[in-house]
Design a protein around this ligand. Structure first.
Ligand SMILES: Cc1cc2nc3c(=O)[nH]c(=O)nc-3n(C[C@H](O)[C@H](O)[C@H](O)COP(=O)(O)O)c2cc1C
Length: 336
């Protein structure tokens, strides 16, 4: 069962902007545990409170719902189509593609180093591509901590639709990397976030969820000043992103592996097909080996080469932090 996906709360507030236009904000939303919903609600709260905008939350509903918590096999059986961004069938939405939204806030979670399958499927709907053409978009990711490749893939989908990416907000689990390798799967497989072997609770911290309100405050001001019509960013100086370029080699290796194995597994049938389960099982073992070897080896190698890589990593980080950046100079303005 998918918990936490809110009912559509299409806003009804009407506000006459300077040009006499009503500002409308579209927020497509899918969340299993409710984490992404809570982050999104924090961001939307200032927009709702101002009474000045019409906010349309469009639930994304897979026709064949993904379970939560997951069984281990079903979880890994989802990776081929997710990594390759093969769209799945969705329940019909309420949008025709011609709605005049002023801003799209696009929250997403990462599944297998790609945007979650419901979100990537939604972005590939013809009416959504039509709707996104020329529209300013703010993306918000809440995941474990590996979102770099997923964001690249999401950007490619937005570019194909002709959307304008103004900002990117990234919220991650700040627990130690090794701990999150244990706590995130435990959360996914049981639905319980905390109490695992004395490790920190899985997921984005409550403090970070609450603090994401600052993005809503800044968006409210930006919309009032028509800044969404410009090139952006609207969320600079708010520590929207703090990318870790050291994860890039592992993410690239993981993505290559998902592509290769994903294509192979798909030869044995669609998700759930009995014939692909032995291969999925084998891949789980392969992936565990990969995680236990490539990730620490890559970290070790990078630690050894750190002095030589420093300039390159800095350049990588700046590119990955774009467009919103990791600066903090406006945080005091929007702390509440
Ligand atoms: C199938 C699956 C694969 C995931 N893969 C990743 C991943 O590659 N990188 C990552 O940082 N988080 C990953 N996560 C964690 C999610 O991004 C997300 O944080 C978590 O599922 C909670 O999101 P929710 O709001 O939908 O409940 C994965 C979760 C699921 C269910």
């Amino acid at each position: 069962m998918n918990k936490g996906n809110p009912a559509v709360q299409a806003g009804t507030d009407v506000h006459q902007e300077s040009g006499g236009r009503r500002k409308r904000v579209l927020v497509p939303l899918y969340s299993q545990s409710g984490q992404l919903t809570r982050v999104t609600e924090q961001i939307l709260a200032p927009l709702r409170e101002s009474g000045a905008f019409e906010i349309h939350v469009e639930p994304i509903r897979p026709a064949r719902p993904h379970p939560f918590p997951w069984s281990i096999l079903r979880f890994f059986d989802t990776f081929p189509e997710t990594a390759l961004m093969v769209p799945e069938a969705l329940e019909p939405g309420t949008l025709s593609g011609s709605e005049p939204f002023d801003l799209v806030i696009l929250p997403y979670q990462v599944w297998f180093l790609a945007p979650s399958r419901p979100v990537s499927s939604w972005l590939q709907l013809p009416e959504i591509r039509r709707l996104l053409a020329g529209k300013p978009v703010v993306t918000v990711v809440a995941c474990r901590n590996m979102w770099l490749m997923a964001h690249d893939k999401l950007k490619a989908l937005l570019t194909q639709a002709g959307a304008r990416l103004l900002d990117h907000v990234a919220l991650i689990d700040r627990g130690p990397m090794a701990a999150t390798f244990i706590t995130t799967p435990m959360w996914m497989f049981t639905g319980r976030r905390d109490g695992w072997f004395g490790l920190p609770a899985a997921g984005v911290s409550e403090a970070d969820i609450q603090a994401s309100r600052r993005f809503g405050l800044a968006l409210r001001d930006a919309l009032h000043a028509d800044r969404e019509r410009g090139p952006g960013p609207l969320l600079h100086g708010l520590a929207a992103v703090d990318a870790n370029p050291r994860l890039l080699p592992s993410e690239r290796a993981g993505t290559r592996s998902f592509f290769l194995w994903g294509r192979l597994i798909r030869c044995f049938g669609p998700p759930g097909a009995l014939a692909r389960q032995p291969l999925v099982l084998f891949y789980i073992l392969f992936l565990a080996t990969l995680i236990l070897t490539v990730v620490p080896l890559s970290s070790l190698l990078q630690a050894l080469l750190r002095p030589m890589l420093a300039a390159r990593l800095r350049a990588h980080k700046a590119a990955l932090d774009a467009p919103s950046g990791s600066g903090t100079e406006r945080i005091a303005l929007y702390e509440s």
